[in-house]
Structures are given as structure tokens and as C-alpha cells.
Design a protein around this ligand. Structure first.
Ligand SMILES: Nc1nc2c([nH]c(=O)n2[C@H]2C[C@H](O)[C@@H](COP(=O)(O)OP(=O)(O)OP(=O)(O)O)O2)c(=O)[nH]1
Length: 137
């Protein structure tokens, strides 16, 4: 079994976090997730995340601090993932996100983050994001 390094964004605006939905045919198709994707060999994870956000939803971002790191084995897919979750913010001149290379996107409030809609690896980051969103005024 091999381990894939994945970088994903916690992008919060106005008490909502940006989520994307995985495309049909992909691993975990239909799941909602934090936007991002695989880090290529030799690639800086923060650069990979900025690239993925541009490719998938067409936004320009600054990547901030690490929020959480999770390791999860997907035995069904014979792979493991090391997920690096970073804070991200859109630059002032960034376009609004659009579903370019994802099935759909949405901005979710704390109450709308249902663990069952997400990959099993996301349990811990969901708890952190729920807490963070509920502390915002
Ligand atoms: N972007 C993102 N990926 C996540 C999250 N949680 C989680 O388990 N993953 C997993 C799903 C995928 O196995 C992997 C992300 O890889 P990816 O989307 O670039 O690639 P993939 O596996 O669909 O592509 P492929 O192997 O079919 O080429 O990380 C999350 O919150 N965000």
C-alpha cells in the first residue's frame, strides 16, 4: 500500500467554509471535502494547494498555517493518505469560486457540516472547523 500526500484548504469567509464535492468515478465519489488534492513528487505542499485551488475552483489564495494533519488508510482503495490541512484566504483580487473541476461547491455553516457527508479521514478536521465557525461572531 502506498501513501499519498494531500493538501487541503480551510477557507472561511463570513462564518462559512468552502467545500467541494468529489466527482463521479473518483475515489469517494459524491463526498464533500475540503478543496485540495495530491501533492506531486518534489512539490511544496503549500504550492500544491494553491495550484489545486486554482485548477478546481478558479481562485487565487494565500496559504497560511497548518490546521491539522491526519493519516488514514483506505483499505478499499489500497492506499493511505497523509492529509495536510492549511488555513487559506482568497487574495483581494481573486475571482469567486466556481465548480471548474469538481462536481459542485458550497459555503457551509457550522451546523451544515455533517460528518456522514465527508470522507472518514475528515472527522478531526471537521470538529476543529465546526468549533472555529461557531466561535466567529
Ligand atoms: N482534497 C481532499 N481530499 C481528501 C479529503 N479527505 C480525504 O480523505 N481526502 C482524500 C480523497 C483522495 O483519496 C485524496 C485526494 O486526492 P485527489 O482528489 O487529488 O485524487 P484522487 O484520489 O481522486 O485521484 P486519483 O487517485 O483517482 O487520481 O485524499 C479532504 O478533505 N480534501
Amino acid at each position: 500500500m502506498h501513501t499519498v500526500i494531500v493538501a487541503a484548504a480551510v477557507l472561511i469567509e463570513g462564518r462559512r467554509v468552502l467545500l467541494t464535492q468529489r466527482k463521479a468515478g473518483a475515489h469517494l465519489a459524491g463526498s464533500w471535502e475540503f478543496p485540495g488534492g495530491k501533492v506531486e513528487p518534489g512539490e511544496d505542499p503549500k504550492a500544491a494547494l494553491a495550484r489545486e485551488l486554482a485548477e478546481e475552483v478558479g481562485i487565487v489564495v494565500r496559504i497560511g498555517e497548518i490546521v491539522d494533519v491526519t493519516f488514514h488508510r483506505y483499505d478499499d482503495a489500497n492506499k493511505a493518505v497523509l492529509l495536510l490541512f492549511y488555513d487559506a484566504e482568497r487574495t483581494t483580487d481573486s475571482p469567486d469560486p466556481s465548480a471548474i473541476d469538481v462536481a459542485a461547491l458550497r459555503w457551509a455553516t457550522a451546523d451544515e457540516l455533517e460528518s456522514a457527508d465527508f470522507p472518514p479521514a475528515d472527522v478531526a478536521i471537521l470538529a476543529k472547523v465546526r468549533h472555529r465557525l461557531s466561535c466567529l461572531v
